[in-house]
Every structure is written in C-alpha cells, then in structure tokens.
Design a protein around this ligand. Structure first.
Ligand code: MLT
Length: 243
C-alpha cells in the first residue's frame, strides 16, 4: 500500500486522488467536530468553502432542517448558529439536522479530494475505525493534513502518523511511505505516551486556549472516544453504513 502524507494543503494541488482513499485530518478542530456532529445525531455534514455559500446552501436545504456552523479566526461566524467547538455539537443543537460547515483550514480539503474513491474525515477520536476502513479498502492512500494557515501542525501530523502506525502494526499492511509519512510516523512514535499534552501544547492548541476553548484540545486528543466514520457521499459527510 502506497501512502502519501501531506503535512499541509499547499502541495495537494499536485496530488492525484483517483482510485485512492483520502483521509482528511484537522484534529483542531474540523474533523473532530464533524465526528461530534454525527455522534450527536446530525443527518450529515456539508462542507463549504465560504460563509456566503454556506448561507445559500441553507436557503436551498431549508432553515428548519439545517444548521450553520463554522469559524474564522477560531470564533463563530456572525449569524451562524454554531462555531467549531466539538462541545457545541449536541443532540439538542444538531440532532436530525444537516450541518453546513465552513472552517478556515479543514473544510476546503473535502472539495479538493472529492474525486477520490473514498474520503474519510479522520481525527484522533475515530482513528481506529478509520484505520480499519482504510485497511479493508486496500487502496493507495493520501493522508491530507489541514495544518494551520499553510503551516504544518503537530496534532494533525501525529494523527497521520498514528494512522500509518495502525495500518502497519494492527492491520499488518506493507507500506511504502513518502518522506512526510515517515516523519509523521516518527513524530507519533515519539509522542504516543503524551498525545494530549502534544495537542494542548501545539500552536493551535495554545491559540484555542487563549480564546477560552482549552477543553477542545482535551476532547480532540481522546483516542477513539467518538466511534463514528464520516465518509463523503453525494457531497455530504455521513456515517458509513458498513460500519
Ligand atoms: C480550521 O478548519 O481551520 C479549524 O478547524 C480551525 C478551528 O476551528 O480551530
């Protein structure tokens, strides 16, 4: 199995996705929040790349059946119902609704990867299920880390490294890694006994804490705490039916 890991979205324009599985990672916080939304009973998450488009989409879908969620600079977008903290996605706020979500770094990746055979929202909170799905699919894999405003981020790289580790050690896959994949694996192996601390101490974890969202890093670092597999189907992230 070939694994190409991208530390940031910058070089993703050159990647080919056809015939592959793409694992999109934004631990803080988009992919963690997508898992939280589906765990709370949302019908699906529709990612869009701008707030105007999100508002248009809500008009199309219907305000009674959908909720706008997203952030800019870490804080809720004006006139949206929800921000991007995983703790905001509860049965009461999102149960039986579609979430229309736009975030700074994470959500644009889903449109970029839409030609892949399988696109999975990947986070530390659902990493074992993702590894199982990727292993079963047995396709080549692109691991796309959202990073932070074009820069590498510790928590996404650790998550990508953990996915590689599980594929090799738990699922016995023979892997061919690109250099970024090897680096991610090393970072994971070096951090595996202190994942929560690494997530909290990273630049984004510290930034979120400065905004009052310190619990988000704790939530996002909880390995396998949200056993749900959000897969992209017809433009929506929905729980995988085979799971
Ligand atoms: C993003 O997509 O940029 C992030 O999820 C930002 C955040 O809400 O922390």
């Amino acid at each position: 199995m070939n694994i190409e890991l991208y530390l940031t979205p910058v070089p993703l324009g050159k990647a080919s996705f056809e015939g592959k599985t793409v694992a999109i990672i934004d631990v803080l916080r988009a992919t963690t929040s997508i898992c939280a939304a589906l765990m709370a009973g949302a019908k699906g998450v529709i990612t869009t790349d701008g707030s105007d488009k999100a508002v248009e989409m809500r008009t199309k879908i219907g305000a009674d059946t959908s909720v706008l969620a997203g952030e800019r600079g870490g804080v809720k977008i004006e006139n949206f119902q929800l921000g991007n903290s995983p703790l905001e996605f509860t049965r009461k706020t999102v149960g039986d609704k579609f979430i229309i979500m736009t975030t700074t770094n994470g959500t644009p990746l889903f449109a970029a990867a839409s030609k892949a055979d399988l696109v999975v929202a990947t986070a530390l909170v659902n990493i074992s299920l993702v590894a199982q799905k990727v292993a079963d699919g047995n396709r080549d894999v692109v691991i796309a880390c959202a990073g932070r405003e074009g820069n590498f981020s510790t928590e996404d790289t650790i998550c990508g490294g953990m996915l590689i580790h599980l594929l090799r050690e738990r699922h016995g896959k023979q892997l061919h890694l690109n250099d970024a994949g090897s680096l991610a694996l090393l970072l994971y192996l070096n951090s595996k006994d202190a994942i929560r601390q690494s997530v909290e101490k990273g630049e984004h974890g510290q930034f979120l804490a400065s905004l009052g969202f310190s619990k988000d890093a704790q939530t996002a670092a909880a390995i396998d705490a949200m056993p749900v597999l959000p897969v992209l189907r017809d433009g929506r992230l929905v729980p995988d039916v085979d799971n």
